[in-house]
Design a protein around this ligand. Structure first.
Ligand code: AMP
Length: 469
């Protein structure tokens, strides 16, 4: 089971202050990380309160429901599973009651050895209510805890068994724990609620919205413990010589106003555009983004190439959730509903069209069709992510290798398939330079097929269905 998700945890010193509202606003700002289900679990003294549902954050929670989520500490989650059926059982955070208390957990990432761990747990009597790998983590932690270990020791023990990517928020009777896998694959940051408490979240935008100050990244291999009085303890349990920050967070997944691993995403996307623009010799009238994700790159390209930036496509922001409708027809309708060309800007123009990435190629081919249908003379496709050749097993929702357009085609074949007059991708070297991080600290597995973890050694569950925005 693979999820692209967002997590948040909040603890206020003042135990009369409700964490649920801050969690709610943070989840709203992380909505891009998952639109299928959402949940909040809070804790007051020893009582836990939980609400989960299938849908968007603002569809699930009401003022009344937030008010009834009592307590100064809590965690929240947004989830977009890639499994065919959407199931409420898989909505997070998971709450597990055990003989010495309660534990709630929210996870962003993918546990590669989940099946082995699940078989072993089942064989020794564990019962699962979901198909999610997150529930496995909860069971493993509780098992260690029931042997008499404290939670930091228990989590540390479980981290040694987990293979894969995980940014976790865990709520127990006495603390919140924020945990990041030893390679730091998925993001996780810490913020200070102006001395009133702490927040941990997948991205800094979740801190901004509640007025929290960014403190730092949760370090790869670190367990950050925020106890009930909001004192902070760091336990760096695993320290590896390299990291594997996901490059796709910079390219597409994270919000442009987030700062990931101390690098502003917007700047990276601008540089991506600049790097392609600097080396491009195409003659065009305008450069235009596929909104919204490609806007910073198209601006960077325009600056570097001196080709004027113009919008040619307008996104309807109110269409909402059509993209998660499963049928192909519904998704095709969603594209038309979502993007409409500005006829007057397009007619007779030679357009450089920028997109952040091409996955299956269906979006670019449809949009090139839209622009040509509106009278574009030429459409030259420029792509901010090098060809995606291999499916991610570390937490980004992607189709099978066979469905990836770049998996078995040359650039010329892809150009022909999407109907562009020319097609250029950013190189892997330029991408790494645009991110500005040492190559050995980035995961570029979906571009090179070389992952920081050898996935082939582990049994994988049936391939998830890819559904895109
Ligand atoms: P495709 O039509 O499959 O080529 O999808 C590429 C488009 O979807 C690009 O415009 C991206 O902005 C967006 N995209 C890229 N990766 C994903 C993903 N994992 N989930 C949803 N949308 C994506």
């Amino acid at each position: 089971m693979k999820d692209k998700c967002g997590v948040v945890g909040v603890c206020f010193k003042d135990n009369l202050k409700k964490a649920s509202y801050s969690i709610y606003y943070s989840l709203l700002s992380l909505q891009h990380r998952g639109q299928e289900s959402t949940g909040i679990v809070t804790r007051k003294k020893n009582g836990f309160f939980s609400e989960k549902g299938m849908g968007l954050v603002n569809e699930i929670f009401t003022f009344d429901s937030l008010d009834s989520l009592d307590g100064n500490a809590g965690i929240g989650h947004v989830r977009y599973s890639t499994m065919g059926a959407s199931q409420i059982e898989n909505a997070q955070p998971f709450v597990v009651r055990h003989s010495s208390g309660t534990l709630a957990i929210g996870h962003n990432g993918n546990i590669v050895n989940a099946e082995e761990l699940r078989h072993a747990l089942k064989a020794s009597g564990s019962i699962f209510v979901s198909t999610s790998d997150t529930e496995i983590i909860a069971h493993l932690i509780i098992r260690e805890h029931l042997k008499g270990k404290d939670f930091v020791e228990s989590i540390a023990e479980v981290m040694k068994k987990l293979v894969g990517s995980y940014s976790l928020v865990i709520l127990t009777d006495n603390a919140i724990y924020a945990v990041r896998d030893p390679l730091g694959i998925r993001p996780l940051v810490l913020g200070n609620l102006e001395g009133r408490g702490y927040i941990v979240a997948s991205e800094t935008v979740a801190l901004d919205v509640v007025g929290a100050k960014y403190v730092r990244n949760v370090k790869p291999g670190e367990i950050l413990e925020i106890d009930n009085y909001c004192s902070l303890n760091s336990h760096r349990v695993i320290r590896l010589p390299k990291k594997a920050y996901c490059m796709f967070e910079y390219v597409y997944f994270a919000r442009p106003d987030s700062v990931l691993n101390d690098i502003p995403v917007y700047k990276v996307r601008e540089r991506i555009g600049e790097f392609i623009g600097l080396n491009d010799d195409i003659e065009a009238d305008i450069v235009s983004p596929i909104p919204d994700s490609a806007i910073p790159s198209a601006l960077g390209y325009s600056r570097a190439s001196k080709i004027p930036y113009r919008e040619t496509l307008i996104r309807n922001r109110y269409v909402g959730r059509t993209f998660i409708l499963p049928e192909q027809e519904a998704r095709e309708l969603a594209v038309k509903l979502k993007l409409n060309p500005i006829a007057g800007e397009v007619k007779g123009k030679k357009i450089v069209l920028f997109d952040d990435s091409i996955v299956r190629g269906t979006t670019s081919s449809r949009i090139i069709g839209l622009l040509k249908g509106a009278g574009a003379k030429e459409v030259h496709m420029r792509v901010g992510c090098p060809p995606i050749k291999s499916r991610c097993n570390l937490g980004i929702n992607m189709p099978t290798n066979e469905e990836l357009i770049a998996n078995n085609k040359t650039v010329e074949e892809m150009r022909e398939e999407i109907g562009a007059d020319s097609l250029k991708y950013l190189s892997i070297e330029s991408l790494i330079e645009a991110i500005g991080m040492e190559d050995r600290n980035l995961c570029t597995g979906c571009l090179t097929g070389k992952y920081p973890i050898d996935i082939s050694k582990y049994e994988q569950v049936k391939l998830p269905v890819y559904m895109k925005k």
